[in-house]
Write a protein that binds this ligand. Structure first.
Ligand code: 13P
Ligand code: SF4
Length: 304
């Protein structure tokens, strides 16, 4: 699409947003042009907090399905839209509520800590949710000494480094982060000697071992902006580089892997955002009884 066509659509989006009393919440991995029209760009935790507290009748969630579901659970009276209807998180599909119920039977004394990258039904079966920015805090906040951690085994194993509790990680993983290998790290370090390596905790333990800093997407941005270092290798989805370029333009950031692209995050485009505001579709709703139980797990996390 041409720049003129883009700016005409952006004008329409602005007008529709005002008419609908809508806010645009945008994840750090979204396409550049979507980040540029955001009211708030953030990581999962920041966007959940915004969804719970922001004024406005309509939330346009530019991200993937579990994020919009979380917003719908936290703000049941608002209209929550996910412009890219089929934008899902494959990791969230690695566990269903029935499987989690069986795991609970196998570990009756364990608490269930559920990464927000999960379905509403799985959240409803969990004691507390976490995101990549608060997983360690959440794990250490529960009373039980044993924890079933779903669905990300890498984040579960990362949290295990900082707790005496016994974590049973589920066998899920992110297809984007789990593909990053120590060999890629070695190559990037060779290309950028002296650069700090910042990685997301969805990476494999062998990659985490090599990192200088491990953080959520917004944690990585904060580290780049506040660190004295000037060069950084960024071990997460490449969409984050746009925000890094905007917020810390004087720092040099290199992707650890150019192929770390979440295809689902890239399904949003300007036309879909405009059309969702026009039609108030696709709308994300969660069945009331499931939402009520899932809300407890999310709110316990937000209270920490
Ligand atoms: P953040 O919460 O760090 O933004 O991560 C979300 C996600 O999906 C990572 O792959
Ligand atoms: Fe899911 Fe991975 Fe995409 Fe994040 S990057 S939304 S965990 S598939």
């Amino acid at each position: 699409m041409t720049r003129t066509a883009d700016s005409a659509i952006i004008d329409e989006i602005r007008q529709l947003k005002a008419e609908r009393d809508a806010i645009l919440l945008v994840h750090n991995y979204q396409p550049d042009e979507i980040q540029d029209i955001a009211d708030i760009t953030g990581d999962s935790l920041e966007l959940s907090r915004a969804a719970a507290t922001m004024k406005g009748e309509v939330i346009v969630f530019c991200g993937v399905d579990f994020m919009a579901e979380t917003a719908a659970i936290l703000s049941p009276k608002k209209t929550v839209l996910l412009p890219a209807e089929n934008a899902c998180c494959p990791m969230a599909q690695k566990i269903g509520a029935d499987e989690l119920r069986l795991a609970k039977e196998r570990h009756p004394d364990a608490a269930v800590v559920c990464y927000v990258n999960s379905s509403a039904e799985v959240k409803a079966e969990s004691d507390i949710c976490c995101t990549s920015s608060n997983a360690v805090k959440v794990v250490n906040s529960v009373e039980q000494d044993e924890i079933i951690f779903v669905p990300d085994r890498n984040l579960g194993q990362y949290a295990q480094r900082f707790t005496k509790k016994k974590i049973f990680p589920w066998e899920g993983y992110c297809i984007v982060h789990d593909r990053i290998t120590p060999a890629m790290v070695a190559e990037a370090r060779k290309a950028h000697p002296g650069a700090m390596l910042l990685v997301h905790p969805e990476c494999r333990p062998a990659v985490i071992d090599l990192a200088d800093h491990v953080a959520s997407t917004s944690g990585i941005i904060k580290e780049v902006c506040t660190s004295k270092a000037q060069e950084f290798i960024i071990g997460t989805e490449v969409g984050i580089l746009h925000r890094l370029g905007r917020e810390c333009p004087h720092k040099k950031c290199y992707p650890l892997s150019e192929t770390a692209v979440c295809r689902n995050m890239k399904k949003t485009d300007l036309v879909k955002v405009r059309d969702s505001l026009k039609t108030l579709r696709p709308r994300i709703t969660v069945q009331a009884d499931v939402a009520d139980r899932a809300r407890g797990a999310i709110e316990r996390m937000l209270a920490i």
